[in-house]
Each structure stands twice: as C-alpha cells, then as structure tokens.
Design a protein around this ligand. Structure first.
Ligand SMILES: Nc1nc2c(c(=O)[nH]1)N[C@H]1C(S)=C(S)[C@@H](COP(=O)(O)O)O[C@H]1N2
Ligand SMILES: [Mo]
Length: 396
C-alpha cells in the first residue's frame, strides 16, 4: 500500500501509559490494572488494552493511504480516507474483548498456549466511522446480501502489519457477508476512538470494529477488503481462536473440525479486588463489568460471598441517571454494564460474580469444565478471596 512504512522491527513503537501491565513486550500486549479498568464506563484510550501480533505499522502519508475493495464484485474500488469520511458517520459504543481475556486463570488448571491475561483484556470505547454496509454499497453490494451474483459470501479484512504466525505476512480475518451488509450489526470502519483520531496502537488510520464478536476479528490498520467465496484461510481464523473441548491436546488436535470463534459468550469479572485481597474491615465494595456477545444485553448479575452457595442480585448500570434495561433503545446494545455493591463479609470470604444474558445464558461454574489448549474464552464464575485483617488500632 502506498504511504505505509511498516517497520518489521520494534524500534518505532508508540509511547504507552506507564500503568499498563505488560504481558508481552514484542509484540506489545498490555492491560490496565483492574481498578483502573472500572474507573470509567468509556475506557480512556491510554488505558485500553493493547493486543498485537507484530510491530505497530506506521502510516505516514495519509493523503496516499487507500483501502482497496476487491474480489467477487463487479467494480473493485480504491477508497481514500476522504472517500470514507464522506459517508455518514456513526458513533457506536462497543466493548472489545480479547478471546484470551482471563487466560492466566485458565492456565492454572493445566498449561495453555498464549499470552497471559488477567481480567482486563477488555475495554469499552465509542468508535466513530463509516458503516461497512455503506462502504459495500459503494461497490454495488446491496444491504442484507448473503451471496453476491458471482458467489461472494464472506468479507475478508487484511491489515498492513506483519506477524510471525503468518510467516511475516499481514493479520487477516473475515466475517460473513450477511453480517457485513446488515445495518443492525453496526460493523464499522472506524477512524475515531472516543472522539479522537485512532492512535497507532489501535489501528491508525482505519480499523474494523465488529461489535459483539471476539476482538480478533476487528482488524486494525486496514489495507484491503476482499469479497470471497470461502471464509478467510489465514492463521488467526483457521489455526487459532477456535474453541476446543478439554479432551483435545496438541497431539490429537484437528483444527478443521471447529469453526472460527465469532460471538463472545457471557462474561463478568470483579475489578475492585485482586485475586487474593486483605481488607481493613468487613465492609467491601464489589464492583466490576459484565458483557455478552452478539448484542445480547445483561439480564442479571449475581453475587455471592460464600463461594457460590447463596447469591444476591446486584445493581447494574451503564450511564448515570439512565436506568439500564437490557435490550432497550436507551441502553448501549454492544457495551458492557458495570455492577457495584457494598457487602459485609465474614473474616474469610470467597466472593463470586456470575452474569446472565438476555438469552438466559449463564457463565459456567468451573474453569476446568471449559479448559482448552489455547486458553480462550475463560468465562467461568469470577472468584476473589478476601481476608479481613483487623489492625491493632481497630481491635477492641
Ligand atoms: N492488524 C491486526 N489487527 C488486530 C490484531 C493484530 O495483531 N493485528 N489483533 C486482534 C486481536 S486478537 C484483538 S483482541 C484486537 C485488540 O485490539 P486493541 O489492541 O485495539 O485493543 O485487535 C485485533 N486486530
Ligand atoms: Mo485477541
């Protein structure tokens, strides 16, 4: 692509916030501390997790930057940023979550392959850009198309970065054409994040946002859009980001037997406490996030202070003064909810959260039941252990 200096080296990485916990330096993978993650409903850009598979590309000549739309269509086109900005602009609040979120906890059951993450490989941003459905109309594909006349059924996104998993080639992913051409699906070509131009870490100048789907399909640094007959055959679609049962190991794995993961399952995590926390007295704040995939809202968040024996429902919310109603027009369909409760705990407590989405999907109880060799989709009940430590001063 013209206007791109894609360094195949790590000497030109952008500056990053010092509070991020770095899980891998090259490629750069980092997440904010738990407490910072829930300090605001819209995650500030600098605190948003960064998940990369190679060095951050440099697009330094925005005038010459083009996205090519090719494949099984009548009229292939090259679009400049000006062309994309001419289309109606949408601002979509959407939570992006890496399929590897909470992997570290899964690896405690049995070793898994992949970058370790605590509970913060997730963030909620307002993505601004053109809708993919409008972009595809420019090349003659009408809304709600499942198949083009020449047999196109998938939309493949190719980046300009270079990843070792692709043998030095670019990162790629695809989504079904039906979803790409559905106005309801809100798939975006985003050039803004929280009202500012996208920064290099998050895909400058243009990235895909596929709401409700694992982060891996939201391709950053977009180079081309290819209308294809088959789903993308790239590494990250075919040999990664697939959910396997616990019985599958590296000897008997058959990658072709499973579909690439798309929608995210229902998830929640407590972020006001660490895995093992010592608190001053028996009153603790339990706060965190809950989110589901496919635009399914959060129907309920349950909280336990006795390891899951008994439960109470906790309040959940998105914005101040707007009651959250799952599936309501005034709620952000693709975004997480926060929950918060003040609880009285005994000397030793195991605090547990689990969420239920509007389809009544519930998080699984035990991480061992969903263990998989790649360590993805750890959506098990989130547990933290709290000990009340009375200091001498507060003791009678
Ligand atoms: N080009 C490109 N796009 C990419 C990736 C990548 O390595 N290269 N990582 C994917 C993964 S696995 C995730 S979870 C999200 C992370 O987006 P973020 O870094 O903006 O949080 O980007 C996705 N898009
Ligand atoms: Mo990811």
């Amino acid at each position: 692509m013209p206007g791109v200096r894609g360094p195949a080296v790590y000497s030109q990485e952008p500056p990053r916030h010092p509070c991020l916990k770095i899980n891998s330096k090259e490629p750069f993978n980092a997440e904010p501390p738990r407490s910072a993650l829930i300090s605001s409903y819209v995650t500030p850009v600098e605190l948003f997790y960064k998940r990369n598979h190679g060095p951050i590309p440099i697009v330094d000549d925005i005038e010459r930057y083009r996205v090519s739309i090719i494949g099984l269509i009548e009229n292939p086109k090259e679009l400049s940023m000006a062309d994309i900005r001419k289309l109606p602009k949408y601002n979509v609040p959407a939570t992006l979550q890496c399929a590897g979120n909470r992997r570290t906890a899964m690896s405690k059951v049995k070793t898994v392959k992949g970058v370790g993450w605590d509970v913060s490989a997730i963030g909620n941003a307002v993505w601004g850009g053109a809708r993919l459905v409008d972009v595809l109309e420019l090349v003659g594909i009408p809304k709600l198309t499942a198949t083009t006349p020449s047999g196109g059924k998938h939309v493949e996104f190719t980046s300009v970065d270079k990843c070792k998993e692709e043998n030095g080639g670019p990162y790629k992913a695809s989504i079904p054409l039906k979803q790409a051409t559905s106005p309801e699906a809100d798939v975006l070509l985003a050039y803004e994040m929280n009202g500012e131009a996208l920064n290099r870490d998050h895909g400058y100048p243009l990235r895909v946002i596929v709401p409700g789907v694992i982060g891996a399909r939201s391709v950053k640094w977009l180079d081309s859009i290819d209308i294809t007959a088959e789903e993308c055959q790239g590494f990250f679609m075919q040999r990664d980001y697939k959910m396997f049962p616990p019985s599958v190991n590296w000897e008997n794995i058959n990658w072709a037997s499973r579909r690439p993961q798309m929608d995210f399952p229902v998830q929640s995590a407590i972020c006001s406490l660490e895995d093992v926390d010592m608190v001053k007295d028996g009153k603790v704040t339990v706060a965190g996030y809950a989110v589901s995939g496919g635009g399914r809202g959060i129907e309920r968040v349950d909280l336990s202070i006795d390891g899951g024996k008994t439960w109470v429902e906790v309040a959940r919310y998105q914005k101040p003064n707007v009651p959250y109603v799952a599936d309501d027009m005034n709620s952000d369909k693709w975004a997480w909810v926060f929950f918060k409760a003040e609880v009285d705990i005994p000397q030793n407590a195991e605090i547990v959260a689990k969420a239920v989405d509007i389809a009544a999907n519930v998080q699984p109880e035990d991480v061992a039941d969903i263990w998989n060799l790649r360590g993805i989709l750890n959506t098990s009940w989130h547990r933290v252990r709290v000990r009340v430590g009375y200091s001498n001063l507060t003791q009678n």
